[in-house]
Ligand binder design. Structure first.
Ligand code: ARG
Length: 473
C-alpha cells in the first residue's frame, strides 16, 4: 500500500492541484504512451500550428514562438533518431513532448499549452493520423485491385464453374469472377475516402470542452493543418470518435472481403478443386508432413477478419452511453484503430503478392465447368426462345437431367431425342459453349466482361485521381 503516491522523478502536468504524486498503479493502468507514441509526428505538427495561432492572437511573441518552434524541431529529431528520453511521468505522447519542449525552450515552453487541452489535442492528432491511414489503406487497396485486373486481363477466355450454395451453377469467365472481388474493393475504397473526408474537421481550439476566453484562432489552425473544415461545437469536437468507428467499420468490411478471397484461395488450392497453384514464396510447409503446401496467407486473411470486427465492436461498446464531453474511456480508441490499420496493410500486401504469383489451373477449371448439366439453363432458355413458358421449360430440362442422372442415357442423346430440343440444342452442351451465351450487361460471358473490364479500368483511374486530389489538399 502506498498512501503518499509513487516516486516519480518528474512532475505530472496536473501536479498543482495535488498534494501527493500519482500512485504507481494509477500510472501503470492509465498511461497510453506505449501505444500513442506513434502519434508523435502528428502531435508535433499540431503543436506547431497551435504556436502559430498563439502568435496571431498575440499570446506568444516572436521570440517565444521561435524558441518553442525550435524546441519542437529538436524534439522531432530526438524522437526520430531515438535519443528522446522518456521519463516515468510521461503519461502519453502529448505530455512527453510538452515536457521536453519546456526543458529545451525554458519559460516560453510553458506557454505552448495556452488555450489548449489534451482533449482537443488528442482528437486533432488522431484525425491527422486517420486521414493519412485511410489514404495509405486506399492506396494498397488499389494495388490489390490492379493485381486482380491484371489477372483478369490475362485470363481472357478461361472459364470455370460459377457456384451458388457452393454447388456448380453456371460457367463464368475467370475474369468475371476476379472482377467480382475487384468491385467489392472499389466500394471499400469509396468508403475509405468518405471516412477520410469526415475525419477532415479540426477540433483544435475546443479546449478541454468549452472553447476559451483567449483569442484563439480555430479556423486559422484548421487551415494551417490542412483540415477542410473546423468544428462547430466544442463539446462535440472533443468527444466525437465517429471517424474512428467509421474507419474501423471500413477496415472490418474490407477485412471481410479479403476473408472471402482468402476462403476461395483455400478451396481452389486443394487437390479436390485443383484450380490454383500457389507460388512457393507465398505458401508454407508442414513441420511434420513433408508433402504439404499450405495457404497460410489466405487462411489468415480469413481468420483475421474476426479481429477486425472485434476492434469495431469493442470501440462501439466503449462509445455507447458516454456522457459529453471527454471521458478517459476515449483513450481506448487508439489501439483498435492502430491494430486494424496495421493488420489490413499487412493483409493487402500479402494477398497482392500471393495472387500476383499464383497460377490458375485452367484445364481443371474448364473440366469442372464443362459438365453437360452446367448447360441446363441454356437448354431451358433455348426452349423459351421458341415460346415455351420458362416454368414449363425448367420442368422439361429438369426431367432430362434426372433421367441422365439415373443412368438412362447421356444428356446429349436425351436432348437430341427430345421433340422440343433436338440436334441444334445439343450444340449448347459443347465444351466452353455455355459461358459464351451470357451476353447481358454485367453478365459472365465474353462480350459483357470485355465491357466490364473497360469500366473497371476507368473506375480505377478515376479513383487514383480522387485519392491524389484528396491527399494533395
Ligand atoms: N492519453 C489521453 C487519451 O488518449 C489524452 C487525453 C487525456 N485527457 C485527459 N483529460 N486526461 O485520450
Amino acid at each position: 500500500m502506498t498512501d503518499s503516491g509513487g516516486e516519480l522523478g518528474e512532475r505530472t502536468l496536473w501536479h498543482g492541484r495535488f498534494a501527493s504524486g500519482p500512485a504507481e498503479e494509477l500510472m501503470d493502468y492509465t498511461v497510453s504512451l506505449p501505444f500513442d507514441r506513434r502519434l508523435a509526428a502528428d502531435d508535433i505538427t499540431g503543436s506547431r500550428a497551435h504556436v502559430r495561432g498563439l502568435v496571431r492572437g498575440e499570446l506568444l511573441d516572436g521570440d517565444e514562438a521561435a524558441a518553442v518552434l525550435a524546441a519542437l524541431d529538436d524534439v522531432e529529431r530526438e524522437l526520430a533518431d531515438g535519443t528522446f528520453v522518456f521519463v516515468p511521468s510521461d503519461e502519453d505522447i502529448h505530455t512527453a513532448v510538452e515536457r521536453r519542449v519546456t526543458e529545451i525552450a525554458g519559460p516560453a515552453g510553458g506557454k505552448l499549452h495556452t488555450g489548449r487541452s489534451r482533449n482537443d489535442q488528442v482528437a486533432t492528432d488522431l484525425r491527422l493520423y486517420t486521414k493519412r491511414a485511410m489514404a495509405d489503406v486506399a492506396e494498397r487497396v488499389m494495388v490489390l485491385q490492379e493485381v486482380l485486373l491484371a489477372a483478369a486481363e490475362d485470363a481472357s477466355e478461361v472459364y470455370l464453374p460459377g457456384y451458388t450454395h457452393l454447388q456448380r451453377a453456371q460457367p463464368v469467365l475467370l475474369s468475371h469472377h476476379l472482377l467480382a472481388h475487384g468491385w467489392a474493393l472499389a466500394r471499400d475504397l469509396d468508403r475509405l475516402l468518405a471516412t477520410r473526408d469526415r475525419a477532415d474537421v479540426s477540433p483544435l481550439g475546443a479546449g478541454a470542452l468549452a472553447g476559451s476566453s483567449l483569442p484563439l484562432d480555430p479556423a486559422g489552425t484548421a487551415a494551417d493543418l490542412g483540415f477542410a473544415a473546423v468544428f462547430d461545437n466544442s463539446l462535440d469536437a472533443v468527444s466525437d470518435r465517429d471517424f474512428v468507428a467509421e474507419a474501423l467499420f471500413d477496415l472490418a468490411l474490407l477485412g471481410v472481403h479479403l476473408s472471402r478471397i482468402g476462403e476461395e484461395v483455400v478451396l481452389w488450392s486443394t487437390d479436390e478443386f485443383g484450380f490454383l497453384k500457389l507460388d512457393d514464396a507465398y505458401s508454407t510447409g508442414s513441420s511434420m508432413l513433408p508433402q504439404k503446401k499450405n495457404p497460410d496467407i489466405a487462411e489468415l486473411a480469413r481468420g483475421k477478419a474476426g479481429r477486425l470486427i472485434g476492434n469495431l465492436t469493442g470501440l462501439l461498446v466503449t462509445l455507447k452511453g458516454l456522457p459529453l464531453a471527454y471521458n478517459r474511456d476515449l483513450q481506448e480508441d487508439k489501439e483498435p484503430l492502430f491494430d486494424s490499420v496495421d493488420q489490413i496493410l499487412l493483409a493487402l500486401g500479402a494477398l497482392a503478392g500471393m495472387l500476383a504469383t499464383s497460377r490458375f489451373q485452367t484445364d481443371a477449371m474448364a473440366a469442372a465447368a464443362d459438365s453437360p448439366y452446367a448447360a441446363a439453363t441454356d437448354l431451358a432458355e433455348h426452349l423459351v426462345r421458341q415460346g415455351t413458358p420458362f416454368r414449363e421449360a425448367h420442368a422439361i430440362v429438369g426431367e432430362i437431367v434426372r433421367t441422365a442422372l439415373d443412368g438412362k442415357g447421356s444428356m446429349a442423346d436425351l436432348v437430341a431425342d427430345h421433340p422440343a430440343l433436338g440436334l441444334s440444342a445439343v450444340e449448347l452442351l459443347g465444351p466452353g459453349v455455355s459461358v459464351t451465351r451470357r451476353s447481358t450487361r454485367g453478365g459472365a460471358g465474353p462480350a459483357p466482361v470485355a465491357a466490364q473490364l473497360d469500366r473497371f479500368r476507368t473506375r480505377l483511374g478515376e479513383d487514383r485521381a480522387r485519392l491524389a486530389s484528396a491527399t494533395a489538399r
